[in-house]
Design a protein around this ligand. Structure first.
Ligand code: NCD
Length: 311
């Protein structure tokens, strides 16, 4: 039985500011310290976590896996569940979820290839469902680790100017992080994308409704000097329509050493990764590029989330 009030983790809108600041972040910070002292307690001993991934993943899958293992849980993973699970035989998602539950698993981390897939799973699940990305929809755990990274860097989450850059029409990471930023005060979001790859209208309506100041531009050079954080994304070609190309390429949607000169000294660059050209490796020497801090924070935030849904 799940004692925690938090059953499922489905979308960024579900969290409120006080839960993020007073529950999640202190827990992630505590686990971070335990990790570096080599003293993580196996509080999930006897639990088991099932990773159901219908789309490719490196970081999210491995970090959830290690988060669960470090806390003492068992882990089973179906990588490429679209091809290697009974989905290929025509099994419905709801049957798969009921099977995993019947087999005694304590929680399911799902990366669905359908928008709304995690919500659909949750609608039939008696055990916690954690959304690890649902097609072009949301990626709430990525957004929470991004927010934790921002918080650790700036010591605050209000009054920031954040630029989201690239293929914003398909980016579940920027969708979820935008929703989270709207929970805080006086944040401004600059969406930087080619006209055909703009952020979703439903997202912009939500942000405006919450009083977030938003701006849309088509070139990174129009945003970088005003940004506290620039969040780059790759073109999600797997979600393009047939024959579609990413405008005129990366030129206006990338940060190389030359563009980095325009970034204010105290600002930072983030990317959920994988990167495919929007952030050449040459920039990694600059401390303002915090992409591997994001990856590592993902471990602590996911440990905290597993703890909060399973104990
Ligand atoms: C992102 C994802 O899968 O949504 N990566 C991640 O989870 N770290 C971004 C992407 O695939 O471009």
């Amino acid at each position: 039985m799940v004692k925690s009030k938090l059953l499922h983790i489905l979308e960024a809108q579900q969290f409120d500011r006080s839960w993020i600041e007073k529950t999640l972040f202190p827990e992630a910070e505590k686990l971070r310290k335990q990790f570096f002292r080599g003293k993580v307690k196996p509080i999930l001993k006897g639990k088991s976590v099932c990773l159901l991934f219908y789309e490719p993943s490196t970081r999210t899958r491995l970090s959830f896996q290690n988060a669960a293992l470090l806390l003492g849980a068992n882990v089973a993973a179906t990588e490429n569940a679209k091809e290697f699970s009974s989905a290929v035989k025509g099994e419905s998602l709801s049957d798969t979820i009921k099977v995993v539950h019947s087999l005694g698993y304590s929680a399911i981390v799902i990366r669905s290839d359908v928008e709304g897939g995690a919500r659909e799973a949750a609608s039939v699940s008696k055990i916690p469902i954690l959304n690890a990305g649902d097609a072009g929809g949301q990626h709430p755990t990525q957004a929470l680790l991004d927010l934790f990274t921002l918080y650790k860097h700036f010591g605050k989450l209000d009054g920031l100017t954040i630029s989201f850059v690239g293929d914003l029409s398909h980016s579940r990471s920027t969708n979820s992080l935008s929703y989270l930023l709207s929970k805080f005060k006086r944040n401004k979001i600059i969406f930087v994308s080619p006209k055909k790859f703009k952020a979703r209208i439903d997202l912009k309506d939500y942000l405006i409704g919450k009083g977030v100041q938003i701006e849309e531009v088509t070139k990174i050079s129009d945003a970088i000097e005003k940004s506290d954080m620039v969040y780059l994304t790759r073109p999600q070609k797997e979600r393009f329509k047939k024959g579609e190309t990413f405008g005129s390429g990366f030129k206006d949607y990338m940060i190389d050493l030359k563009m980095l000169e325009k970034l204010p000294k105290k600002s930072i660059v983030m990317d959920p990764l994988p990167r495919v050209g929007e952030l050449p490796e040459e920039v990694d020497i600059d401390k303002r590029v915090v992409i591997f801090d994001q990856v590592q924070n993902g471990l602590f935030v996911r440990m905290a989330l597993l703890k909060l849904v399973l104990t």
